[in-house]
Design a protein around this ligand. Structure first.
Ligand SMILES: Cc1ncc(C[n+]2csc(CCOP(=O)(O)OP(=O)(O)O)c2C)c(N)n1
Ligand SMILES: [Mg+2]
Length: 432
C-alpha cells in the first residue's frame, strides 16, 4: 500500500505561538484547536442565486432571488489544455447537444421506446471530465452524461439505437435507455438506476486494478439529489480509507426532479462534504469546460499516483425537465434565463472565436456543419437498422457456458496465499 500523502483538505491547526510571544502552554487554547480546511474554488463567479419554496394553501411554487442580471464571466484559461484539445472538447460538446436534439425529434416521431433524458446545459461537465481520463481508466456515466460516451469512443448511433431498442444497439434491444457498459474496450461500467450505487462499484473497480498492480482513475457522477443516499457515503468512504482513485463529480444542477437543492441539503456547497470524508474537495463552474477539465485532470493524476479519491462539485443548471415527459413548469422562468446566458457551448465558442482567437468564423462554421452531417448519418443508420428478432430474447439472459470470460485486465492479481493463521483471530472465533 502506498504512503498516504497529505490531503488537500486536511485540517490546518492555527499557529501555536501565542500573540504575546510567550511559550505555548501544554493545554491547547480554543484558537489552537480550531481547524481550517482548504476547498479550492475555480469559479470566476460565485453566484448567490437562491430558490425558495412558497406555499399558498394547496399551491406550491418556487421563487428565485439574487442578482439575476450579473454579467457572465469569461472562461478561465486552462492550465493544461492546448488549442487543439480545447477545440476537440468543444466539438464533443456540440455533438452531445446535436445528438440529444436528434433524440428529441426521434421521440416526437414516435420512434423511441420509453423516455429520453437530456444533459442540456451540462455538456461541459460530461465532455471535459471524460476527456481527462487515460485509456486504461474506467468510467460510469449517469443519465445526463451521454456526452461522456462520445468522448470515450461510443458513436451517436449506439445511444440512438439503444433508445429505439434496435437489434444493433449495445443491449440488442433489451433496454430502452442507457443501461449498457463496455468491459472490454472502453472500460465503462453500465449506469445503475439506484442513485449512488455506482460509487462503491467504481471503488471496487479501482481496488481490482490495484490488486493487479495498477493505480487507475475511476470516474463517475452523482446528482445533488442522488448524493443524499446512504450508499454514496459508503462508496466514497470506502474509496477514502482504501486510498482508491475515485474521481467523483457531483453534478450540482439545482434540481433533483422537482426538488430544489435548497431542500436537499443544508451545506453551502456540496464540496464541503469532502472534509467529512478526509479527501480533497473542489468546486468548479460546470458550464466552463476549461475548469471542469483542469479539476478532472488533477484528480486523475492524483489517482494515477495512488493518492486516493477527489470530490469535484460542478455548479450548473439542469436546463430541461427530469426527462422528456417533464415540462419543468415548477422551475422559475428567470432561473432558466439566467443560466441560458451561461450556456456552456456558447461560452466555449465565444472563448475560441473571440478571447483566444483559436477558431475563425469560417472554421467554426465548417466544424458545426461537419458535426451536423455526422449526426445526420448516425441518425439514418440508427433509424434504418432492424428491430430484434423475437427469438433473440431467449439468449443472453443468463451467463451460459463460455459466453464471456473474466480475465484480469492489468496483470495477475497480487494476493498472498492463505496461511490458515486467520483461524486463530478473534473475528474467526466470533463466526463459529
Ligand atoms: C435510490 C434512488 N432513489 C430515487 C430514485 C428515483 N430518481 C431517479 S432520478 C431522481 C432525481 C435525481 O436528481 P439528481 O440526483 O439531482 O440528478 P439530476 O436528475 O438532477 O441529474 C430520482 C429521485 C432512484 N433512481 N434511486
Ligand atoms: Mg440535480
Amino acid at each position: 500500500m502506498q504512503k498516504r500523502p497529505e490531503s488537500q483538505s486536511k485540517p490546518q491547526l492555527k499557529s501555536t505561538t501565542p500573540s504575546n510571544g510567550s511559550q505555548p502552554s501544554s493545554v491547547p487554547s480554543r484558537a489552537q484547536q480550531e481547524r481550517t480546511y482548504a476547498l479550492p474554488d475555480y469559479r470566476q463567479e460565485v453566484s448567490e442565486i437562491t430558490v425558495r419554496q412558497v406555499r399558498k394553501g394547496e399551491e406550491v411554487r418556487y421563487e428565485v432571488s439574487g442578482d439575476l442580471h450579473a454579467p457572465v464571466p469569461p472562461l478561465r484559461d486552462s492550465k493544461y489544455l492546448s488549442q487543439q484539445q480545447c477545440i476537440a472538447i468543444y466539438r464533443f460538446m456540440v455533438m452531445n447537444r446535436k445528438m440529444e436534439t436528434a433524440l428529441e425529434h426521434l421521440y416526437k416521431q414516435g420512434k423511441v421506446v420509453g423516455g429520453v433524458y437530456f444533459g442540456l446545459g451540462q455538456e461541459a461537465c460530461s465532455c471535459a471530465s471524460a476527456y481527462a481520463l487515460a485509456k486504461d481508466d474506467w468510467f460510469a456515466p449517469m443519465i445526463r452524461n451521454q456526452g461522456s460516451l462520445l468522448v470515450r469512443g461510443f458513436r451517436a448511433r449506439d445511444t440512438m439505437m439503444q433508445y429505439m431498442a434496435k437489434a444493433g444497439s449495445p443491449t440488442k434491444g433489451r433496454d430502452g435507455t442507457s443501461h449498457f457498459g463496455d468491459l472490454y474496450e472502453r472500460n465503462m461500467v453500465a449506469p445503475i438506476s439506484m442513485l449512488g450505487d455506482l460509487i462503491p462499484v467504481l471503488s471496487g473497480v479501482a481496488l481490482g486494478a490495484r490488486l493487479q498492480g495498477r493505480d487507475i482513475a475511476v470516474m463517475t457522477y452523482i446528482g445533488d439529489g442522488g448524493q443524499s443516499t446512504g450508499v454514496t457515503y459508503e462508496g466514497i468512504n470506502f474509496a477514502s480509507v482504501q486510498n482508491l482513485g475515485l474521481v467523483l463529480f457531483i453534478e450540482s444542477n439545482m434540481w433533483a426532479y422537482s426538488t430544489p437543492s435548497e431542500m436537499q441539503y443544508r451545506n453551502k456547497d456540496l464540496a464541503e462534504r469532502a472534509i467529512g470524508y478526509g479527501i480533497p474537495g473542489v468546486i468548479v463552474d460546470g458550464t466552463d469546460a476549461c475548469q471542469v477539465y483542469d479539476a478532472a485532470h488533477e484528480a486523475v493524476e492524483r489517482a494515477h499516483r495512488g493518492e486516493g479519491p477527489t470530490l469535484i462539485e460542478a455548479k450548473m443548471m439542469r436546463m430541461k425537465g427530469h426527462a422528456i415527459h417533464d415540462g419543468a413548469n415548477y422551475v422559475p422562468h428567470a432561473l432558466f434565463e439566467y443560466w441560458k446566458k451561461r450556456d456552456p457551448i456558447a461560452r466555449m465558442e465565444n472563448y475560441l472565436l473571440h478571447t483566444r482567437k483559436w477558431l475563425t468564423l469560417e472554421e467554426n462554421k465548417a466544424l458545426l456543419e461537419e458535426v451536423e452531417r455526422e449526426i445526420e448519418v448516425e441518425r439514418e443508420i440508427a433509424v434504418n437498422s432492424p428491430m430484434p428478432q423475437p427469438e433473440s430474447a431467449l439468449g443472453g439472459v443468463y451467463c451460459e457456458e463460455g459466453c464471456h470470460t473474466i480475465r484480469p485486465k492489468y496483470g495477475v492479481p497480487k494476493v498472498r496465499k492463505g496461511t490458515g493463521a486467520f483461524r486463530q483471530t478473534e473475528a474467526a472465533v466470533h463466526l463459529k
